[in-house]
Design a protein around this ligand. Structure first.
Ligand code: SF4
Ligand code: SF4
Length: 484
């Protein structure tokens, strides 16, 4: 029996998970149109490889990873590219993103696929495959996985953690994936362990998912893999929190778990690693929970680029439904419109209604009760961060470790004054980033100006030296002519 550790803080919000786990995962039909954003991951946007009018096959790369931190995107089915342009994207800003629009031909015809025998390959070739297959963290972070599978020279990963905690209310896509596809998740974990040379693989699943725990245990045939039920508490599925619970290791602020010998991946990412390596299949679809104010909440396997309003219609929204949240109610964000495509980060869509999500009560003044600090899993002083952010004292907010805030929302949830604390932290962070960008730009302009002044002075000096040299030569010549 593994000794578990605990992290400070955390809360127990109503779970709302059983609504969407009564039915098995259903494949959503291929829609009439797919809109595939080229930027679905952390890092640089992919570069388009196709033009309007091109015919493409399912799995064909249509956007190539550009630079090191990037990831490729693929045609989720066969058809014709009808446009490349800026389309509404699932982002809180409501801004448009460069997207490739694909009109499916209904044939769903694949490219030629090339499975790899990973045991006879070196990890760097496997990483290249994952980069080309567009494998990114599917827990919501969408960081390119090939980078996390390269700990760097001289670094040793002792523990590979697979995150099946899925702690946020309403979201059940990982739970259903583990129930139905445990074998493929374990096969992916084996490939990851091979790539990292990890000594042990710990699979953390919250104890409110007994079916998933049983399925994953049944799929495990040998050590050093271990399925470990962890206590149900939000945000126990945060990478740092889960690592703390499973290993006792505290990842300090500003450090990466990799530096401490631990690497953490979501269970759905493990499955896509398996599909990419063992079947030569890039990431073309994902499991998404459609829940909230709908009559048929369940999990769908949907092609990347499927319009979210199409998925919501499948789940039969209730009459007074109004808008939707992407992600969970704690860390997700309100979609500016449901006419946006499903992307690799879309783990859950919660359809809203006034009954389900009544308007937030009016915020009251802070009464310094300290409840927010008690609930904070990052050991911060949320009320101090609030005062500094509100006052625009961003330097002080940084001193109080604003950037250690994972925006989990526990503090806002427990605040008796209903202060939307996280909104203040997001505002402060974005202001600091804007100031840093401005400072970088003005530093760059100053350096450019100084270089220009240096160059002009050097040119002036060189010109003067050349002139002096010329007149010295002329004088020498005159003197020698006079002598003769
Ligand atoms: S929980 Fe709310 S009222 Fe209490 S100290 Fe924190 S911010 Fe102030
Ligand atoms: S949102 Fe930030 S400050 Fe609030 S509880 Fe979470 S980590 Fe702490």
């Amino acid at each position: 029996m593994k000794l578990l550790h605990r992290f400070n803080g955390g809360i127990h919000p109503p779970q709302h998970k059983t609504e969407s786990t009564r039915l098995p995962i259903l494949s959503a039909p291929i829609p009439e149109k797919l809109v595939i954003p080229l930027h679905q991951h952390i890092g640089t946007s992919a570069k388009p490889l196709v033009a309007a009018g091109d015919a493409v096959l399912k799995g064909q790369m249509i956007g190539k990873a550009e630079g090191y931190v990037s990831s490729s995107v693929h045609a989720p089915t066969s058809g014709k590219i009808t446009a490349i342009g800026y389309e509404p994207a699932p982002h809180p800003s409501g801004l448009r993103d460069l997207c490739i629009t694909l009109e499916p031909d209904g044939l769903d015809a694949w490219i030629e696929r090339h499975p790899l025998d990973y045991l006879n390959m070196d990890p760097s070739s496997l990483r290249n495959r994952l980069r080309d297959a567009g494998v990114v963290g599917l827990g919501g972070a969408v960081f390119p996985s090939f980078i996390k599978l390269n700990p760097g020279s001289g670094k040793k990963i002792k523990t590979l953690v697979l995150n099946g905690a899925e702690c946020e209310p309403y979201i059940t896509c990982d739970d259903m994936l583990m129930r139905e596809r445990a074998d493929e998740i374990i096969a992916g974990a084996k490939i990851m362990r091979f790539m990292l040379h990890a000594e042990e693989v710990l699979i953390g699943i919250e104890d409110n998912k007994p079916e998933a725990i049983a399925a994953m245990r049944a799929a495990l045939k040998e050590a050093p893999f271990e399925v470990i039920p962890v206590p149900t508490i939000y945000p126990g599925g945060g990478a740092k929190q889960l690592i703390r619970v499973l290993t006792g290791i505290e990842v300090p602020a500003g450090e990466r778990s990799t530096d401490l010998g631990v690497q953490c991946f979501n269970v759905a990412t493990a499955l896509s690693v398996y599909r990419a390596i063992a079947h030569g299949e890039p990431v073309l679809s994902r499991i998404v929970t459609i829940t909230g104010a709908v009559n048929k909440p369940r999990n769908y396997e949907a092609l990347i680029g499927t319009p979210i309003d199409v998925l919501i219609r499948l789940a039969a929204p209730v009459k007074d439904s109004d808008g939707a949240i992407m992600g969970g109610p704690m860390m997700g964000f309100e979609l500016p419109s449901t006419c946006v495509p499903l992307v690799k980060a879309t783990n859950c869509i919660i359809v809203k209604s006034a009954t389900l999500f009544p308007p937030a009560p009016q915020p009251m003044p802070c009464i310094r009760c300290g409840k927010c600090a008690e609930s904070c899993p990052a050991d911060l002083q949320p009320q101090e961060l609030y005062w500094f952010s509100k006052a625009g004292n961003f330097g002080k907010a940084q001193e109080y470790a604003l950037f250690d805030c994972i925006e989990c929302g526990c503090c806002s949830y427990v605040c008796p004054s209903h202060i939307p604390l996280v909104q203040f932290y997001r505002y402060a962070k974005s202001e600091i980033w804007a100031q840093e960008r401005e400072k970088k730009a003005s530093d760059l302009a100053r350096i450019r100006h100084e270089l220009r002044v240096d160059r002009m002075e050097r040119e002036k000096r060189e010109k003067a030296e050349r002139l002096a040299q010329k007149s010295a030569q002329a004088r020498t010549q005159m003197n020698s002519e006079e002598e003769t």
